[in-house]
Design a protein around this ligand. Sequence first.
Ligand SMILES: Cc1cc2nc3c(=O)[nH]c(=O)nc-3n(C[C@H](O)[C@H](O)[C@H](O)COP(=O)(O)OP(=O)(O)OC[C@H]3O[C@@H](n4cnc5c(N)ncnc54)[C@H](O)[C@@H]3O)c2cc1C
Ligand code: SF4
Length: 338
Amino acid sequence: MNSFAYTRASDVPSAVHAVTANRDAALIAGGTNLIDLMKENVARPAHLVDITRLPLNQIEALPNGGLRLGALVTNADTAYHAEVERRYPILSRAILSGASAQLRNMATNGGNLLQRTRCYYFYDTATPCNKRDPGAGCSAVNGFNRIHAILGTSDHCIAVHPSDMCVALAALDARVRVAGGAGERTIPFEYFHRLPGDTPDLDANLRADEIITAVELPPKGFVANWTYLKIRDRLSYAFALVSVAAALELEDGNIAEARLALGGVAHKPWRDRGAEDALRGRPPTADNFARAAETLLRGARGFGHNDFKIELARRTVLRALGQAARGTPQSQSDKRIA
Ligand SMILES: Cc1cc2nc3c(=O)[nH]c(=O)nc-3n(C[C@H](O)[C@H](O)[C@H](O)COP(=O)(O)OP(=O)(O)OC[C@H]3O[C@@H](n4cnc5c(N)ncnc54)[C@H](O)[C@@H]3O)c2cc1C
Ligand code: SF4
């Protein structure tokens, strides 16, 4: 175990100051990802700044009719919050499909956004990995890459972002509130996470001195026609091979608005406006869904072991859109696993 200093921040400015003052400092919230990374020697912070006592643990109504989810509200409290269940069921469902009840009780909303990839090589310090050690090379491109990306990849990294919650947030057009040395700002969700390009060590467009304070949901929650469909190796306690958040607004038998976000296929939750545009103004038929899936996957590329994901993604999109159109999201029976 590497030794580290520990500070507990009592307000946002002191947390910002503590991470800015020390380049090797890391914020810790629920710790469900960071502590694992420290145990595996992947993360070696010299200073842990505990933010669990910051006043960011509320879910509040926004003046525009939306909802503000504090960064330190746990994933469990978010998913079971009455307003989230009632107005944003796709988000509640996506969160509850992830991890386990115990983990969701510890995991926070801010930490969920910034959890790191599950690429096997990233966790294995005996192998080269550009995300862990920039310039070292990528072991996955020509290695065992069954869980890796098929969209938005680069020669430097083909890792996927592992979050379920973020896929629903992308579909809902959420916004991320952050605070830093230069003040506060809001980042639209689709610009929060990054594609790997030639800097795969950077997961998000967050400056070194910034912390997430909240996630803001817009008023529209697509309560009638939605689905979060997660395909994985086991029915619980497994990350997505492919997941789809599909939300539709139907008017007079046609699709007035469509949202489609994919998880498990790229370095960030994947949205394609072209695929959504292909659905707008058309009836919710299998042919139209197939055209949207084709548009969405037109640039997909497999790396050998993960070739199957292209067809899996196509089928998952079709099934998710069909479920959303029928207003029959997946069974809710496993929703309250205490
Ligand atoms: C066995 C296992 C299975 C899992 N399965 C799933 C799954 O199926 N689906 C899924 O979506 N997730 C899954 N997870 C991941 C889990 O959801 C994340 O570990 C959790 O959401 C991280 O939240 P945390 O508060 O514990 O973050 P921490 O571990 O405390 O922090 C994670 C990162 O976020 C940073 N951070 C935390 N809060 C802030 C903030 N407010 N501002 C800036 N930076 C911040 C930390 O510095 C750190 O880098 C699984 C985890 C485990 C261990
Ligand atoms: S895919 Fe990314 S995280 Fe995995 S080994 Fe390659 S560079 Fe590292």
